[in-house]
Design a protein around this ligand. Structure first.
Ligand SMILES: Nc1ncnc2c1ncn2[C@@H]1O[C@H](COP(=O)(O)OP(=O)(O)OP(=O)(O)O)[C@@H](O)[C@H]1O
Ligand SMILES: [Mg+2]
Length: 217
């Protein structure tokens, strides 16, 4: 279970101060598939980055089960993220100097994980034949599927996605969503998707709407 208590995140100081999140408390149960929707600038990415331990809240706490990630030391948090959370971003964020395969295997090497069944993931994602190529030699959909493979390589229980279909054509976007739904339904992964697309939100079990840094629905 992921639980946040009164999460607040302010950026900057004085005149330029922006409060991106204002006391967000939410619970996501294991195996849920949740969409976070809201207008541009409402605080969706800020919330997702905090949930994933990529950023620290100004106030408030985040629990994974009974572990509070804010109290972890940097190294401990990095290791926790590596093992428990998979990230999928809007711009894929593959490392251009590495092949798709090297990108996918990077988290597993960082985690010193020997037993990764990469081949299985490639075939499930239908990228096996493109895996030796560099990101610049892949289509957007293939890059995003490689990014999802990277998110899955350490078998995390939680997958956090920020506009995962934002840069894909309709067909590739639908494939990526079908894949995320399968991971949720068949493997019980907890999936949290930030999106402004109502059709994507409709495919999730629950929709959390945020406006101006607060949950409104
Ligand atoms: N590093 C930062 N420094 C200052 N302000 C920031 C920073 N990151 C985000 N903000 C501000 O915080 C608010 C929330 O931003 P956030 O990126 O969470 O919005 P979002 O809902 O993800 O929007 P979008 O749909 O456009 O991606 C915005 O007003 C944004 O300008
Ligand atoms: Mg965003």
């Amino acid at each position: 279970m992921i639980k946040t208590e009164n999460l607040t995140r302010t950026y900057g100081k004085g005149e330029g101060k922006v409060t991106a999140l204002k006391g967000v408390s939410l619970t996501v149960n294991d195996g849920e598939m949740v969409a976070i929707i809201g207008k541009s600038g409402s605080g969706k990415s800020t919330l997702l980055n905090l949930l994933g331990g990529l950023d620290k809240p100004t106030e408030g706490r985040i629990f994974y089960g009974d572990r509070e990630i804010g109290s972890m030391k940097d190294g401990e948090l990095a290791e926790f993220r590596l093992k428990n959370i998979g990230f999928v971003f809007q711009f894929f964020d593959l490392i251009p100097e590495l092949t798709a395969e090297e990108n996918v295997l990077l988290p597993s090497r960082l985690a010193k994980n020997k037993e990764n069944s990469a081949e299985e993931i490639y075939s499930a994602l239908d990228i096996a034949d493109r895996i030796k190529h560099y990101p610049s030699e892949l289509s957007g959909g293939q890059q995003q599927r490689a990014a999802i493979a990277r998110a899955l390589i350490n078998s995390p229980e939680v997958i956090l996605c920020d506009e995962p279909t934002g840069n894909l054509d309709r067909a590739s976007g639908e494939e990526v969503m079908a894949l995320l739904r399968r991971l949720n339904a068949e493997q019980g992964k907890t999936v949290i998707i930030v999106t402004h697309d109502p059709e994507i939100a409709a495919q999730c079990g629950r929709v959390i709407e945020i406006s101006d840094g607060e949950i409104v629905n």
